[in-house]
Design a binder for this molecule. Structure first.
Ligand code: AVJ
Length: 335
């Protein structure tokens, strides 16, 4: 099971300078918990330090990793229709904004967007990406939020005169959550986006061979991305994980409709963290990520359970990936 507790309503850390240290503590605590319990499992959010964010950007360019390419094609093909759903002066809130590549596809089609609020856990990476976006869109108000969107967070009040507040959650990152966690996250998003909507990207169930290849690329970038979790612990927490004593494992669990990623220990070994020693057996794994796959109907049902009213869905011809327009509840409606 994931330790990622899902979002409750809203909190903007007002002292962002303390965020990295606070995060290192959370990482130490969560890694210690992961090593203490069996099966060992840690949240995939710890992949994304500066190095991990760079590796993820490289994954998005891999020939085997179709989700980014297909989602970009869908957003490009339907940008005008999506922009029409958003309406004039929309405020876009992106959850886990990363390198801010995908929002650019929408910005060009949008009618005078009021503001863009990218939320990301990787502060340094976000700052660089915001600077680059501002160069290309000098008139756009951008307000980056360095925060963990799986925790409570408070968003700034809407700008006076702004149109709809539209959440943007591309990439099928929703798949990192278990289905129950996904509903919890979506329920909070429905509250935060009240009166507006959520534009959500969701990867679809398909031939397991295609899924397997996407998470086991020939160049080994995904393996390096997975192993970076241990490298990061060595950098930030003073552990001494021997990276060559672990291997990357990613497989499709068909009944659960998800890719699972693990780091498997090649031998019996000891790990020291925070003055405590933990033992890993040969073949024992640390689970690092779920990447759930959806059917269009299944995703719409999850959204309904969270209080959204599902609207238009856009997919590619091969139905590899889907983009959903989900209407948030009306303002002042307590249902
Ligand atoms: C960013 C979470 C959507 O699950 O496909 C890519 C992360 N992990 N390759 C995904 C990821 C391995 C990605 N998400």
């Amino acid at each position: 099971m994931h330790r990622a507790t899902t979002a409750a309503a809203a909190a903007l850390p007002d002292d962002q300078a303390t965020a990295p240290a606070a995060h290192a503590c959370a990482f130490a605590r969560d890694l210690a918990a992961a090593l203490s319990e069996r099966p060992h499992s840690i949240s995939p959010k710890y992949f994304y330090d500066e190095r991990g964010s760079q590796l993820f950007d490289r994954i998005c360019e891999l020939p085997e990793y179709y989700p980014t390419r297909i989602e970009v094609a869908i957003l490009t093909a339907h940008a005008r229709e999506i922009a029409a759903c958003m309406g004039p002066r929309a405020e876009i809130v992106e959850f886990g904004a990363g390198s801010l590549r995908k929002v650019r596809l929408l910005l060009d089609a949008l009618d005078r967007p009021a503001r863009y609020l990218p939320i990301d856990i990787s502060g340094e990476h976000l700052a660089g990406a915001v600077a680059a976006l501002q160069r290309d869109h000098p008139g756009l108000q951008v307000q980056p939020v360095v925060a963990d969107y799986t925790q409570r967070m408070l968003l700034p009040a809407p700008l006076p005169g702004a149109g709809r507040r539209v959440g943007f959650f591309p990439g099928s990152t929703i798949g990192n959550f278990t289905p129950d966690e996904a509903v919890q996250f979506l329920a909070v998003a429905a509250q935060v986006l009240r009166g507006g909507a959520l534009l959500l990207g969701a990867d679809l169930v398909k031939d397991p061979a295609i899924l397997h290849a996407a998470y086991n690329d020939a160049q080994g970038v995904t393996a390096e991305f997975n192993l970076n979790l241990l490298a990061r612990a060595n950098r930030e927490l003073g552990t001494a994980f021997a990276l060559d004593q672990f291997f990357h494992s990613a497989f499709y669990n068909a009944p659960r409709q998800r890719i699972e990623m693990h780091l498997v220990s090649r031998c019996r070994q000891q790990v020291v963290l925070g003055g405590r020693s933990y033992q890993l057996e040969e073949g024992e794994s640390l689970h690092t990520e779920y990447s759930h796959k959806f059917t269009v109907a299944g995703l719409r049902e999850l959204a309904r359970r969270a209080g959204f009213r599902p609207g238009p869905v856009w997919t590619d011809e091969q139905r590899l990936f889907s983009v959903h327009w989900l209407q948030a509840p009306q303002e002042g409606n307590d249902a």
